[in-house]
Design a binder for this molecule. Sequence first.
Ligand code: OGA
Ligand code: MN
Length: 284
Amino acid sequence: MSIKTAPLSYGLGVEVLDVDLASPMSDAVFGEIRQAFLAHDGLLLLRNQAITREQHIAFSRRFGDLDTHDAVPLDRHPQYHELLMVANEPVVEGLSNGRYIGQQWHSDLAPSLRPAMGSLLRAVQVPSAGGDTMFTNMYAAYDGLSEGMKKLVADLHGVHVRGRKNVSAEWEANNRRINPPVAQPVVRVHPETGRKALYIGEAVQTFEAMTQEESRPIIDFLIRHATRPQFGYRHRWRNNDIVMWDNRCTMHLALGDYDQSQRRHLERTTVLGTPSGHICELAA
Ligand code: OGA
Ligand code: MN
């Protein structure tokens, strides 16, 4: 093992201390980073990475195919479709305001047929206080359920509906046209670790083949359970941080806890995962 690491929290996560993404990296070192990411339940921090957009994309691509963010065309960089702009002012004219991205517990691309494996979010400019992101460990959430609850949720599918607060009419019209509701299994087996993880989020409106009235209390319980503080980590951003998370075994939330007159600008690449889920109707 040649990389130096330190745990981020008891719940999950690891910081890799001695890498520089602006320099070439051997496959051996990359392999160690990947292993550390998997071993610490899918959360990785790299600080002080003053890299270009091209370097961000190139490093991300070593993990797998990247999404071009066709589901949110008004949020991606017009020249670099692999980069999603997460910023409270449009980074490029014509883009939507990303101020409200991620302000509910979720896993990236869950409302799609090829949900994300990983996301690599890089802080370009962060406010002087706050603008934090919370993460939670969905292996721990699954493992912490009773045997009875594990049986109850084993075959359920949650219907994920993509949405966002305070978006333009154009964003909403696009969204409705290109992002139908998608049913995803509530329990997924992680394809690399073989462990079971809970797969749910606040975009889940109902379970398939159940009414909303029946589903709601179980959804609410699962989210409350999964987001217990002891399963989590709260990231305080510094400029040039890169946080990578595994969407197959974590959820995250943008707190929006900052002075909106200050700039918050981050950029994300999204590594595609294995196909999952099916398009479905949203029952009443
Ligand atoms: C994301 C996201 C959280 C944040 O980029 O996928 O949810 O704190 N961002 O900006
Ligand atoms: Mn997100």
